[in-house]
Write a protein that binds this ligand. Structure first.
Ligand SMILES: CC(C)(COP(=O)(O)OP(=O)(O)OC[C@H]1O[C@@H](n2cnc3c(N)ncnc32)[C@H](O)[C@@H]1OP(=O)(O)O)[C@@H](O)C(=O)NCCC(=O)NCCS
Length: 161
């Protein structure tokens, strides 16, 4: 597949159902946390989608924690479109928005550490993100047996002259 065919844009409300469908498939197999459609709708402005030929094939979201720390989450690419650079483009887009906002570090909790290693993320202790634990992890069924890897990246802020 030609990577030029992939485009990434901010999600619209009409994408919410597709995002819910793409992520539900992974949530059912325990690869990611299930996000209820109403939760996706509520946070739709923080989502991005990747399109190929007008079809939404992937998504991700940003979640701000402090002025300088944000999470990249709910990253998912439809099975049939994996390994074509879609995931990379989604993360690049999310990081670009975070840089524009002056956020210095982005983190992920993931079961796909190899993918994020390639994008410059380093494994860290989950205890580095107590805000995350209080906001999301306490309601997660896996809380005591969390198998996700926490990873952090320092974002290079581009100062425009
Ligand atoms: C992780 C995920 C988003 C990657 O999306 P993708 O579009 O396939 O990723 P890319 O094509 O941009 O991959 C870029 C590179 O990352 C690495 N990579 C991607 N998936 C990988 C995997 N499963 N195992 C090891 N390395 C992987 C490869 O080096 C790849 O480059 P290559 O294809 O040239 O070898 C996708 O596999 C997915 O949706 N997984 C299920 C949900 C999930 O785990 N989300 C992360 C939660 S935070």
């Amino acid at each position: 597949m030609d990577r030029q065919e992939i485009s990434v844009r901010t999600a619209r409300l009409s994408d919410a159902e597709t995002i819910a469908r793409i992520t539900a498939a992974y949530a059912e197999s325990g690869i990611m946390l299930k996000r209820a459609p109403e939760n996706i709708i509520e946070n739709i402005r923080n989502f991005f989608v990747a399109e190929i030929g007008g079809r939404v094939v992937g998504c991700c979201a940003i979640s701000f924690f402090t002025l300088h720390l944000a999470e990249i989450r709910t990253l998912a690419v439809c099975d049939a479109y994996k390994r074509n650079g879609v995931g990379t483009m989604l993360v690049n887009k999310a990081e670009g928005i975070l840089r524009e906002e002056g956020v210095r570090s982005s983190f992920v909790l993931t079961l796909s550490p190899e993918f994020f290693l390639g994008l410059g993320y380093k494994t860290v202790s989950k205890e580095m993100f107590p805000q995350k634990i209080w906001r999301d992890c306490t309601t997660c069924p896996k809380l005591m047996e969390c198998d996700e890897v926490a990873m952090l990246k320092e974002l290079q802020i581009v100062v425009s002259s």
